[in-house]
Structure formats: structure tokens, C-alpha cells
Design a protein around this ligand. Structure first.
Ligand SMILES: C[S@@+](CC[C@H](N)C(=O)[O-])C[C@H]1O[C@@H](n2cnc3c(N)ncnc32)[C@H](O)[C@@H]1O
Length: 207
């Protein structure tokens, strides 16, 4: 088993239902940014096609092996995996019905470029579906600022102090946090709070 899957196994007991809730209703053509080992794939119940990108050779190799295993049947009818980064998506404008980011916007090198690329590849009525941890308020937020350089090194590039929802709003998304506001692991709030939800594109002329 891949190290990420081993580490994630316990958390998935809490995260699995959240993933199912967020992803189960997506239809059409879906792009998943930072697809990793494909933990989300069984939860796409209605998507016709999922394209997952990830720059990590290890993650892509693990996922490709899973996809070649006939026993991994619980997945969308069409799944493709590509070597790419969120900051530079190799897809035409307005080519996806949904883009999915779960536990990835904390690790991309350039959050603004990634959100701008997501905006570009989404169809006008498309949606960004996310589950991410963001910078906390008050003294915890200040502690996260101080801890971020350490945590980036210790946790594969994870930045606990990203103001992800603010950046979404600033870059033209309307953010609906309709689902979750929780800490999935009972541990100090180094990387919390977590938010899950949907962001839609704000169009020219809309406030
Ligand atoms: C914490 S894992 C999350 C995997 C999966 N999305 C999940 O929910 O379990 C973060 C993933 O993002 C990938 N990643 C890192 N930098 C990235 C980038 N710039 N663009 C896209 N994916 C990236 C990593 O290789 C890794 O597979």
C-alpha cells in the first residue's frame, strides 16, 4: 500500500462520507487537481469522465496500478491520469463541468495561479468543489503563520496558513460553504479549520 493511503486510512473513516457528499452529485466531465492515489474516485457516482492530474510520479504510479487492477471496479466509467500542476492546466478554456480540489490547495506552489487556471477551464456554469483546511483566526492563525515554514518541510509542502476562501472570492468565485466546518482529526488545530463546499464563477457585471 502507498504511504499516503496508509496514513489516510484512519482519516478516511471521517473523510469518506464528506467526500461522498461533495462528489456524488457531480455530472459530466470532471477535473481533479492533485488526484493523488485516487481516494476520491469511488465517490464519483454520476460523473461520466474524470481526469486526474498530479505532478508526483509516486502518486501517479500508484493510481495507474490501481486503475489497471480489475478488482478496483468502484470508479467512474472513464478515468485518465496526467502529469500536470494546478498552476498550468493543459486543457482548453471552458472544458470541464466541475473541478475538484481536496486537500491540495494547501500544497500547490502558487494558489492564485491555480485558482485562475481552474477558473479558465471551468465552463461558465461549472463549479469548483473543494474540501480544504485554511488559516484560522486570532492567536491560532498567528501560530500557524509561525509554524508554516516548519510544516511545509515536515508535511510535504502543506501550508496551514493559506487564506484559500478569501483568494477564491478575490479571484472571481462565489463561495458557498454549505456543507462543513469541522476538524476531522482530534488533534491540536495546526491545520484547521476545514471547509468543504462549492464555488461558482462570478460573471462580468455581477457584484
Ligand atoms: C495531500 S495530497 C491530497 C490527495 C487527494 N486529493 C486527497 O484528497 O486525498 C496532495 C496531492 O497534491 C499533489 N500536488 C502537489 N503539488 C501540486 C500542484 N502544484 N498541482 C497539483 N497537484 C499537486 C501531491 O502530489 C499530492 O498527490
Amino acid at each position: 500500500m502507498n504511504n499516503y493511503d496508509r496514513l489516510a486510512a484512519q482519516a478516511e473513516r471521517k473523510l469518506g462520507p464528506i467526500r461522498a457528499d461533495l462528489l456524488g452529485g457531480l455530472t459530466g466531465r470532471v477535473l481533479e487537481v492533485g488526484v493523488g492515489t485516487g481516494v476520491n474516485l469511488p465517490h464519483y457516482r454520476n460523473a461520466a469522465e474524470v481526469i486526474g492530474i498530479d505532478p508526483s510520479d509516486v502518486m501517479r504510479t500508484t493510481l495507474t496500478a490501481k486503475l489497471e487492477d480489475p478488482s478496483f471496479a468502484d470508479r467512474p466509467p472513464s478515468v485518465q491520469v496526467a502529469d500536470a500542476r494546478g498552476e498550468q492546466l493543459p486543457f482548453p478554456d471552458e472544458s470541464f463541468d466541475a473541478v475538484v480540489c481536496t486537500l491540495v490547495l494547501c500544497v500547490v506552489d502558487d494558489l492564485d495561479r491555480t485558482l485562475t487556471e481552474i477558473r479558465r477551464v471551468l465552463k461558465p456554469a461549472g463549479r469548483l468543489v473543494f474540501f480544504e483546511h485554511v488559516r484560522n483566526e486570532g492567536v491560532v492563525g498567528v501560530a500557524q503563520d509561525l509554524l508554516t515554514p516548519l510544516m511545509r518541510r515536515a508535511l510535504f509542502g502543506c501550508r496551514p496558513n493559506r487564506r484559500t476562501l478569501e483568494r477564491m472570492r478575490a479571484l472571481g468565485f462565489d463561495v458557498l460553504i454549505s456543507h462543513y466546518q469541522l476538524r476531522p482529526w482530534p488533534r491540536p488545530p495546526a491545520n484547521s479549520p476545514y471547509f468543504g463546499g462549492v464555488a461558482t464563477l462570478r460573471h462580468r457585471g455581477e457584484a
